[in-house]
Design a protein around this ligand. Structure first.
Ligand code: PMP
Length: 439
């Protein structure tokens, strides 16, 4: 593999003056500088990484200083076809002329619900929200109402709402709620069984993401299905990230395990704000007014028009084959580059192709934020917007992947030399990932 020479660096010197100015102003006005935790400056190399982006097309984004990047974050997952994917943009533009929000339901609600019922195994009825949070919180309430029970057994991140934050003892969440949300371990059915033993006849639902960085072990998801059935609890898959990304019918189709309810957001509308709760008719029917779930913007039409166009493409084009090809190649290429630089034991890329994650480890196996930060710094300077994960899209090309792996090769070389010289921190020109947010 070729090293990228200093002369050919895409964002040589990476001027980020405008980004830094905006960050300074935002520090005065917006707590945390961001509306989304993972977009905040503390998750990046402050002083080197761009803090603000302002334009995107296909697989590319541009920051406020005009630097161009191959994007692998895709707004944390929603953009599955690529930024500004033309059929989606056209559908939104067409709807814009006809109105955005009405005082009665719009036909698009029926059209998109029909499409989801056709695509998603568990879906017999559908309700819409805006963010993933809307529908994960609704799923818990619905499960509690349907079963008449209070406890939610859960694994993974499902949003900031009290029902899920209760398990982590978040400030502002009443302690009284803590015992109603019980976390279990991934790939450990015993930890799930113990929750049911601790709360006999009081567990309403098992709520989990169907995939994390480690694939579900053989029998884990079917085991959850069996426990839920045996205990008359509901199985809820949070497919906010996996939905429409792993397969047209989501991870439930990919792993062939059908939950009672599933939550979708992100990829459903290629970046427009829409989420959906889908599931069994007898459960979903309670949302006809018995269980309150009501949002002024639930039927907002621009996002629904985007969803209709996105789901058409996802259902008819080889999107998932492409995403798997790109994701597999990035993962393979990353791990090859790490091995070529003698760092296979210090860093690796893991996960299934549609969503892979990179880790850097110290010699003792502990997370190594400094090495990750140095790798990120070099990537950003060479035009690859990488944090620690890959969310490939239908718009990423073979050339993007080739360019990225060249950049990874150079960045890994820099990290390998820095580790050898015991100089990782000195070679960082900004503050490592995880530093407090500030100028
Ligand atoms: N569930 C999962 C699996 C998620 O990844 C997220 C967002 N990262 C959420 C729920 C919450 O979704 P939102 O931020 O759209 O409310």
């Amino acid at each position: 593999m070729l090293y990228v020479s200093e002369e050919t660096r895409t964002n040589d010197g990476l001027p980020i003056d405008r980004s830094e100015e905006l960050k300074a102003e935002a520090l005065e006005l917006i707590p945390g500088v961001t509306q989304t935790n993972s977009k905040g400056p503390g998750r990046w190399v402050q002083g080197v990484s761009p803090a603000f982006l302002e334009r995107a097309a296909g697989s590319r984004v541009w920051d406020v200083d005009g630097n161009e990047y191959v994007d692998y974050l895709m707004a944390c997952g929603p953009v599955v076809l690529g930024h500004c994917y033309p059929p989606v943009t056209e559908a939104v533009e067409e709807q814009l002329g006809d109105g955005t929000t009405f005082s009665k339901p719009h036909p698009l609600e029926v059209r998109v619900a029909r499409r989801i019922v056709d695509m998603v195994p568990c879906a017999e009825m559908v309700r819409f929200g805006k963010n993933g949070n809307d529908v994960t919180a609704a799923a818990a309430r619905l499960a509690r109402a349907y079963t008449g029970r209070d406890v939610v057994a859960t694994h993974g991140y499902h949003g900031w709402q009290d029902v899920y934050a209760a398990a982590s003892g978040s400030p502002g969440v009443p302690e009284a709620l803590e015992e109603l949300t019980e976390p279990f371990e991934w790939n450990d059915l015993g930890s799930v069984e113990r929750i049911f033993e601790r709360h006999p006849d009081d567990v309403a639902a098992i709520v989990t993401t169907p995939m994390v960085w480690d694939e579900p072990s053989d029998g884990f998801l079917t085991g959850l299905r069996e426990i839920a059935d045996r205990e008359d609890a509901l199985l809820v898959f949070d497919e906010v990230l996996t939905g429409f990304r792993f397969a047209p019918g989501g991870a439930q189709e990919y792993f062939d395990v059908t939950p009672d309810l599933a939550c979708f957001a992100k990829a459903i509308a290629n970046g427009y704000p829409l989420s959906a709760l889908a599931g069994r008719r007898d459960v979903m029917s309670l949302l006809d007014g018995e269980v309150n779930f009501s949002l002024t913007y639930g039927g907002e039409t621009l996002s629904l028009a985007a969803a209709a166009a996105t789901l058409d493409v996802l259902a008819n084009d080889p999107v998932h084959d492409h995403i798997f090809d790109v994701g597999r190649e990035l993962k393979r290429g990353y791990n090859d580059v790490a091995a070529a630089h003698g760092l296979a034991d210090r860093t690796s890329c893991r996960g299934l192709a549609p969503f892979t994650k990179v880790e850097f480890r110290e010699e003792d196996g502990e997370h190594d934020p400094a090495a990750l930060s140095l790798f990120m710094q070099e990537c950003h300077r060479d035009g690859v917007l990488f944090a620690d994960s890959h969310l490939p899209t239908y718009s990423h090309t073979d050339d993007d992947v080739e360019e990225t792996l060249r950049v990874y090769d150079a960045a890994m070389g820099t990290v390998a030399t820095a580790i050898e010289d015991d100089a990782v921190t000195e070679r960082l020109d900004g503050r490592p990932v995880g530093s407090p947010v500030g100028q």
